[in-house]
Write a protein that binds this ligand. Structure first.
Ligand code: NAD
Length: 441
């Protein structure tokens, strides 16, 4: 074989075609995407014959990077980088939030989109996984600038989103108003009002009752079940919460209503604590007024790092990724960690918590309540028939309880962590769909 022929043959072998991974697909690069890849590797031995499809999970189906130029109020032009990643659509359209944050990267959005695939499969809603974001600190923008940026971003990703293609929703620093602008922009471009293009909308625009509280309610629902699993009485428990926004604030409120004492809360502005329990409704009102827990009169101030060693029974990380690391995991006092945030625990920290006998309820099941009610919202929009809040909450609780029970069963059968068990359940569902559909063309 001459050199040219040898080269041609090598270049066409599957190994040669896939060998040169771009750096963001490199499993050694432990950003959020690298962490996700490790999680998939961990469950591959449990996938049986479906393991032959596992590479499907290791690369996003579609990745879009967009330039988002806007006029600032002073007349100058600013450019922001935006993303929309559709990780997998084997089980249905893409689904996942949009994040506005100064640290958003492609690796992060890819990982968050993949975790959406896992989450949607874990609770068995008929969606694939997607996620979007813009690298921006939205607190630096005026309302007008925020609206122009949201609309331009929506128009740019309008190529790949749609009610039956990919349905965005709120995430960190995005809310009902942002969803309303996204829905309007998409509808203007389409020439028809398309309420089902986003979820987490205002009620008056086809939003669902119960959506705002859904993620926190789901965290609480699986948290109570997880507590039962280790014989913990929630009404006697001390709870520490990191992140007191949509997820952490509602979860904290529901735990307090169940009799638990919320003894420490941390957000981007600082950390407050009170051994006898913080007055959660008053703290929520303080956050609504000041944007942070810092300065709350009914509490002591705690050093941010000391938050991780606060005596408590339940810890709820509900802020950002990679907060529980090998540097603080050995100091955590809780017996139960419920991941409200996406990806808050690094794999090293996960192992430390496991070795210490601390039960971790992983993000991909713990915070799935939001997407579950997003699914209800999307169904209601399609049928233009809206359900009562009691109906929504009852259906949410039933889906979360059933999904959590199924995950616990797999964890017991294989003697694995709840994270690995959730990945086993979800990966099998996704890859079974891939297997049934086969490869196009
Ligand atoms: P949010 O913007 O409402 O609240 C975020 C909270 O995190 C705020 O209290 C903020 O002060 C705090 N925070 C930010 N940076 C911090 C830092 N460095 N240290 C401590 N606290 C910090 O966002 P959210 O919707 O509550 O989302 C929180 C997490 O939950 C994210 O990981 C998000 O992806 C995940 N999540 C949200 C939903 C949802 O429906 N909103 C659903 C599933 C998962």
């Amino acid at each position: 074989m001459n050199n040219h022929a040898a080269h041609a043959q090598a270049a066409h072998s599957p190994a040669a075609l896939t060998a040169a991974l771009p750096s963001y697909l490199d499993p050694q690069h432990l950003g959020p995407w690298g962490i996700y890849l490790q999680q998939v590797d961990r469950v591959t031995p449990y996938l049986g014959t479906l393991a032959r499809w596992v590479d499907t999970l290791k690369r996003p189906k579609r990745t879009l990077i967009v330039d988002v130029p806007i006029h600032l109020d002073d007349g100058t032009v600013a450019h922001f980088e935006g993303y929309r990643v559709q990780h997998n659509t084997s089980r249905g359209p893409g689904k996942g939030g949009v994040r506005f944050h100064q640290n958003v990267t492609l690796s992060e959005v890819m990982a968050l989109s993949a975790w959406m695939s896992i989450k949607n499969a874990a609770v068995n809603v008929p969606y694939g996984g997607a996620k979007g974001g813009i690298r921006v600190d939205p607190r630096q923008l005026s309302m007008g600038e925020l609206e122009r940026m949201t609309r331009r971003y929506t128009s740019e990703i309008g190529l790949i989103i749609g009610p039956s293609k990919d349905i965005p929703a709120p995430d960190v620093n995005t809310n009902e108003q942002i969803m309303a602008w996204m829905m309007d922009t998409y509808s203007m471009n389409e020439g028809a009002t398309a309420t089902g293009v986003v979820t987490g909308k205002p009620i008056d625009l086809g939003g669902s009752l119960g959506r705002r509280e859904a993620t926190g309610r789901g965290v609480f629902t699986v948290g109570v079940q997880a507590a039962q699993r280790i014989g913990m009485d929630v009404s006697q428990a001390r709870v520490a919460v990191q992140g007191f926004g949509n997820v952490g604030g509602i979860a904290g409120k529901l735990f307090a209503q169940a009799g638990a004492r919320v003894v420490a809360v941390q957000d981007h502005g600082g950390t407050v604590c009170r051994e006898a329990g913080l007055d959660v409704p008053t703290l929520l009102a303080h956050v609504a007024q000041h944007g942070t827990v810092a300065g709350f009169a009914g509490a002591e101030v705690l050093d941010d790092d000391a938050f991780w060693s606060v005596p408590c029974d339940i810890l709820i990380p509900a802020a950002l990724e990679q907060q529980i690391t090998e540097h603080n995991a050995h100091r955590i006092q809780a017996r139960l960690v419920i991941e409200g945030a996406n990806g808050p625990t690094t794999p090293q920290a996960d192992d430390i918590l496991n070795d210490r006998g601390i039960l971790v309820v992983p993000d991909v099941i713990a915070n799935a309540g939001g997407v579950t009610v997003s699914y209800f919202e999307w169904v209601q929009d399609f049928s233009s028939f809206f359900w009562s809040e009691d109906e929504i909450n009852a259906r949410l609780v039933r889906i979360m309880q059933e999904a959590f029970a199924a995950v616990c069963q797999v964890a017991d059968d294989h003697r694995v962590s709840l994270r690995t068990a959730t990945f086993i359940v979800a990966c099998k569902r996704i890859l079974h769909a891939r297997d049934l559909r086969g490869l196009y063309p």
